[in-house]
Design a protein around this ligand. Structure first.
Ligand SMILES: [Zn+2]
Length: 439
């Protein structure tokens, strides 16, 4: 393994964080007045917990996450549960506090939203932005992921939601500059609800520059969802020898790790902008988590947008800090808890309801029919998972037949499968192409 936890990591940090100096940027945030309060949700798109330094992954330092976690009264977890394996469904859960089967925003459906077949968030459930706007907050958002947009219903309640024109167009300093421009127009005498999506860990991933400590020249960018002849697809189809498959997994993991380091660097810029303007000195509460992880070769699977809900795709970091100490977090923490913390900084009256909802429709569209799978947390301790016709409890090491699962779970899975089979397949394929998931 390519691990040295000291000097090379310091050099990597300089490479990741040294591009912009915030004070050189033209936009200044207003100074907070007496009535100012900050409530912020920051989503590190596509960051799985076990590839962060915060959660013990030695190759990738995540000083911004670790700094957030070490603030007085912060509560942190490496057992966050993303509510869904892709951006729209997951963000809708963070915004509403509801699981996917209740808010309904997901792949498929027939509503035209510009890229044709997403089921946008309906007008019914109140969003965080609506909640805070009704209480006199300025509601401001910036999304480097174009899926979080007015077209998907996720802009509802924002006074302004700035959305990147494409995946990867707002990374690092560019996101910070757009954020500063947005916040420079805020009124320092009114409270602010802020949402930020950081895209650096999501494809398209940048190549790892030659000479980067901890990485070698073979760690080039990979775009496996766009080229079926490329090594990643042959890996997923089982056409590589064991040695070649191991080498390909290592290449993908290195590129991903490097991208996660960049995501943490961008998080540092965002928190630095807020700290530097004094926005975290008075009343504030901040939740930092991710909308989903990324499979990196487990069972020869890659990517997210998958019905196979291994920990790699639903295990995300979770950090909450504020001017008042955060409440103790349950053993698994997800969108319901994030929503409750942002609304009133309390988990009282919010029994653990974290669950991850798979989307069987994706397996069909991506040619993974042979990999039916699903996982839902029904309580703090139990995860049911099925994969390749077998069923497992916990991660995929201790098998239990899925037909032993609680009735409520089996009903949920049946409902999801029937939802997927009702979708407009041609429209869904167009949608996936528009999102970059298919060629
Ligand atoms: Zn996402």
């Amino acid at each position: 393994m390519l691990v040295n936890r000291t000097a090379p990591l310091a050099a990597l940090l300089v490479a990741v964080t040294g591009v912009f100096v915030w004070s050189q940027l033209p936009y200044r945030l207003p100074s907070p007045g007496e009535d100012f309060e900050l409530v912020a949700l920051v989503v590190l798109d596509n960051v799985r917990a076990d590839r962060t330094g915060l959660c013990g992954h030695a190759r990738v330092p995540t000083p911004a996450l670790e700094d957030a976690c070490s603030r007085p009264g912060a509560a942190c977890s490496c057992a966050g549960v993303s509510p869904a394996p892709w951006t729209l469904a997951s963000h809708a859960s963070y915004f509403t506090g509801l699981p996917v089967h209740e808010h309904g925003a997901d792949i498929g459906g027939s509503v035209s939203v510009g890229f044709s077949t997403a089921r946008p968030l309906s007008d019914d459930p109140e969003t965080l932005a609506e909640h805070f706007r009704a209480r006199g907050f300025q509601t401001l958002g910036i999304s480097a992921n174009p899926v979080v947009s007015p077209e998907t219903g996720l802009a509802r309640g924002f006074d302004e939601l700035k959305v990147a024109p494409a995946f990867g167009s707002w990374r690092e300093g560019l996101l910070e500059e757009e954020l500063r421009e947005l916040l420079s127009r805020a009124d320092g005498d009114k409270p602010v609800f802020l949402f930020v999506n950081i895209i650096d860990a999501h494809e398209p991933w940048p190549p790892v520059p030659a000479g980067t400590p901890g990485f070698d020249a073979a760690h080039e960018a990979v775009f496996y969802k766009h080229d079926e002849d490329a090594l990643p697809w042959t890996l997923m189809n089982g056409h590589l020898s064991a040695d070649a498959a191991d080498a390909e997994k290592e290449r993908i993991r290195a590129v991903y790790d490097y991208a996660v380091a960049h995501a943490d660097g961008t998080l540092g810029r965002v928190l630095g902008a807020l700290d530097g303007a004094g926005w975290t000195e008075g009343r504030h509460r901040v939740v930092i988590t991710s909308d989903h992880g990324e499979l990196l070769g487990e069972e020869e699977l890659l990517g997210h947008t998958t019905p196979v809900m291994f920990d790699g795709v639903v295990g995300v970091p979770f950090v909450a800090f504020g001017s008042e100490p955060a409440p103790a977090l349950p053993s698994r923490v997800g969108a319901t808890e994030a929503h409750a913390l942002l609304v009133d900084w309390s988990l009282a009256g919010h029994p653990v309801a974290s669950e991850a909802t798979p989307n069987p429709g994706f397996s069909k569209r991506l040619g993974w029919e042979v990999h039916p799978g699903a996982a839902v947390w029904l309580d703090e301790d139990t995860k049911w998972l099925s994969h390749r016709g077998e069923a497992y409890l916990g991660d995929h090491s201790a098998a239990r037949p899925l037909d032993e699962a609680p009735e409520a779970l089996r009903e949920r899975l049946d409902a999801l499968r029937s939802l997927a089979s009702d979708e407009d397949e041609s429209g869904a394929t167009d949608h996936l192409r528009a999102l970059g998931y298919l060629e």
